[in-house]
Design a protein around this ligand. Structure first.
Ligand SMILES: [Zn+2]
Length: 372
């Protein structure tokens, strides 16, 4: 069958085969099998959702095919087509090799887009859908080329060999015995207004364990995109029950990145993790004699004098003297953590030995009252 000869990722082939065999759980199919659910289309809610409507009939899907450059070709075939399966195989016959790959990736994108809307409430724009489809096909082709090249050079088909084949690049180091290594990387796509993170897990024999990709809207700074990747990695590792993992990133920003990533994780999730080792602590340097500390301070460090002249000790002293913050108190103040109230609250609270209560949301509703 033509599906299995296509040069596309295996999961897409399996998906196409399921679509052609009438195995996709569209709402109409679920209802015929006794599942109590609506039969309306996830996108337009106007027609019942069967294979034909999902992939060709819905007006929301036209934009996706148009974005892939295939709509005019498909549109001509719609009127004379004898149902979904017939049209599907007719298109496989008629499309050129290049368009065939794009057709397969677009089918998969349409189904993924439908599921994202149904299960996660995410409306993916057609441009983003197709861009992701193109990108994942391209990545897959690159990996295959690289593997074939390596196999030709070394006479083996070991994917791990690619990692060690070049002496000019920084070498990936094996994790210690019994340890797992997690590599995290982020890429920003300016033209499409989105960014992606890739995470790869390998064991102490370089063996591949698992990988994950995630996409987000927005154009953050590279450091923030990396922080987002690290957050995804931490949550994912936690879900897999892995604890002894060394995480490797290619962006050199140390502890501030870890702090930023952990700040993106909710309190309940963050409880499962602790940072065992990190770099770049902020240091307050005391001079031995006079005011000169005698060393070149790093960017974030403070001399004792600038520490004293900052608002930190004032905040703490005020909190202790005027609000009577005592060790063991739980301190809650209805404000957001802006550049004034943030440091003021934190220093007055923590230097006095109290616990700071954080509420996620606005302090104007009854939820905040209950929290207090
Ligand atoms: Zn529809």
């Amino acid at each position: 069958m033509q599906i299995w000869n296509m040069k596309i990722p295996q999961k897409i082939k399996v998906f196409l085969w399921r679509a052609a065999r009438g195995c996709l759980p569209t709402r109409e199919r679920l209802r015929t099998r006794g599942v109590q659910c609506t039969d309306r289309c996830v996108h337009c809610e106007q027609s019942f959702e069967n294979d034909w409507h999902v992939f060709f009939g819905c007006n929301k899907v036209e934009e996706v095919w148009a974005e892939a450059g295939l709509w005019s070709f498909i549109r001509d075939k719609l009127e004379i087509a004898d149902g979904f399966v017939a049209l599907f195989f007719q298109l496989l016959e008629l499309l050129s090799q290049h368009n065939l790959h794009m057709f397969a990736m677009t089918m998969w994108s349409i189904w993924k887009r439908r599921n994202d809307k149904l299960w996660n409430g995410i409306e993916t724009r057609p441009t983003v859908s197709i861009m992701l489809a193109r990108d994942s096909l391209h990545q897959w082709q690159l990996i295959r080329q690289k593997r074939q090249h390596t196999a030709a050079v070394t006479g083996s088909d070991s994917s791990a060999a690619t990692l060690h084949s070049s002496s000019n690049t920084i070498r990936w180091r094996k994790p210690g015995t019994g340890e797992v290594k997690c590599n995290v990387d982020a890429a920003i796509f300016k033209d499409h207004g989105c960014y992606g993170v890739g995470i790869c897990l390998r064991g102490d024999n370089c063996e591949f364990i698992a990988a994950k990709m995630a996409w987000f809207y927005g154009l953050p700074q590279p450091q923030e995109a990396e922080a987002c990747g690290l957050r995804e990695a931490i949550l994912w590792l936690g879900d897999r029950g892995l604890t002894a993992v060394s995480i490797e990133l290619d962006y050199l920003c140390g502890v501030s990145l870890v702090a930023k990533s952990l700040g993106m994780i909710s309190y309940q999730e963050a409880e499962r993790f602790r940072v065992i080792e990190a770099a770049e602590r902020k240091v307050i340097v005391l001079p031995v004699i006079g005011n000169d500390v005698g060393v070149q301070l790093r960017e974030h460090d403070l001399s004792w004098n600038s520490f004293l002249s900052s608002d930190k000790l004032h905040s703490a002293a005020d909190g202790w003297a005027f609000i009577d913050i005592q060790p063991g108190d739980v301190y809650c103040w209805p404000t957001n953590l802006g550049w004034v109230m943030g440091p003021t609250l934190m220093y007055s609270c923590f230097l006095s030995g109290a616990t700071l209560a954080f509420y996620h949301g606005t302090p104007l509703g009854h939820g905040f009252g209950k929290f207090v």
